[in-house]
Design a protein around this ligand. Structure first.
Ligand SMILES: Nc1ncnc2c1ncn2[C@@H]1O[C@H](COP(=O)(O)OP(=O)(O)O)[C@@H](O)[C@H]1O
Ligand SMILES: [Mg+2]
Length: 256
């Protein structure tokens, strides 16, 4: 039996009339890079916030690393590294000061986190920029800094909401390798994107969300086979999801 990092059992969340997440059931095994794929408004961010315990479900059950996020809000946040869609960093801190601050929140001693910080700075090609003010960083650099921060607390679960927004193709490739390296150490990642090819390139398993409903779930291989079959509804869904022109370079870097 595989251990489940995250379990959603018929979870629903509405905002007024909008059914953001509709009777969603998911099982995410430990050590998986799991993709939430869907166009804007399909409920990806809401699902992530429910898993984080930042939103309370209207109905259904959520289990994260054996805990209910509503009953153990702090313990759940302790085991998750979360990077929201537009991470808010402190513009007047340097990257290093920000990471020192995150380490302090987690109570991690310097000698423990510095080797890790240096490893990730190097991996993301941020070395040499860590003593510059975050306000001067590009969006990609901010996002990479936020991801390093999320990794510092040794999370069991990494929740990355559309993390390739500000990243270039090279960083995307680095991130793919990094996620699979930590997956081998047992870390689970939930990764959202609205681009089919990115999900296929990065994720072991993918669920397709559309208007809060789960359309289908499977491995990248299974979805590829499905997308070849001329099933009209699925075909339409894929077309809506794939807006490749602006991400062509990133996809190429991920695939080859
Ligand atoms: N705080 C909120 N208040 C009202 N509506 C919201 C709120 N958050 C999300 N929604 C709505 O819920 C739906 C799903 O949103 P979201 O989870 O952000 O989708 P995605 O991340 O896939 O783009 C959308 O229709 C969105 O407008
Ligand atoms: Mg979103």
């Amino acid at each position: 039996m595989l251990n489940m990092a995250v379990n959603l059992d018929s979870v629903s969340k509405r905002f007024g009339e909008i059914r953001a997440v509709n009777a969603l059931s998911l099982e995410i095994a430990e050590g998986t890079v799991y993709g939430l794929l869907g166009p804007n408004g399909s409920g990806k961010s809401t699902t992530m916030k429910l898993i984080m315990g930042l939103l309370k479900p209207d109905s259904g059950r959520i289990t994260v690393c054996g805990m209910d996020p509503q009953k153990e809000p702090l313990n759940v946040k302790r085991v998750i590294g979360y990077v929201p869609e537009t991470p808010r960093l402190y513009e007047f801190l340097t990257g290093m000061e920000y990471l020192d601050f995150i380490a302090a929140i987690h109570g991690i001693p310097t000698e423990q986190y510095m080797p890790k910080v240096n490893r990730f700075l190097k991996a993301f090609e941020l070395s040499g920029h860590e003593n510059k003010m975050i306000g001067g960083y590009s969006n990609g650099m901010k996002q990479k800094t936020a991801i390093i921060g999320a990794l510092l607390g040794d999370p069991e679960l990494l929740v990355l909401d559309e993390p390739l927004g500000g990243l270039d193709s090279k960083s995307a490739r680095i991130m793919k390798d990094l996620l699979h390296t930590i997956a081998e150490e047992g870390v689970t990642t939930i990764f959202s994107t609205h681009v089919l090819e990115i999900a296929e390139a990065i994720c072991d398993k993918i669920c397709i969300l559309y208007k809060g409903n789960l359309l289908t779930e499977g491995t990248a291989e299974e979805l590829k086979r499905l997308s070849d079959t001329p099933d009209s509804t699925l075909e339409e869904a894929f077309l809506k999801l794939t807006n490749s022109s602006d991400v062509r370079e990133i996809v190429e870097a991920l695939v080859y």
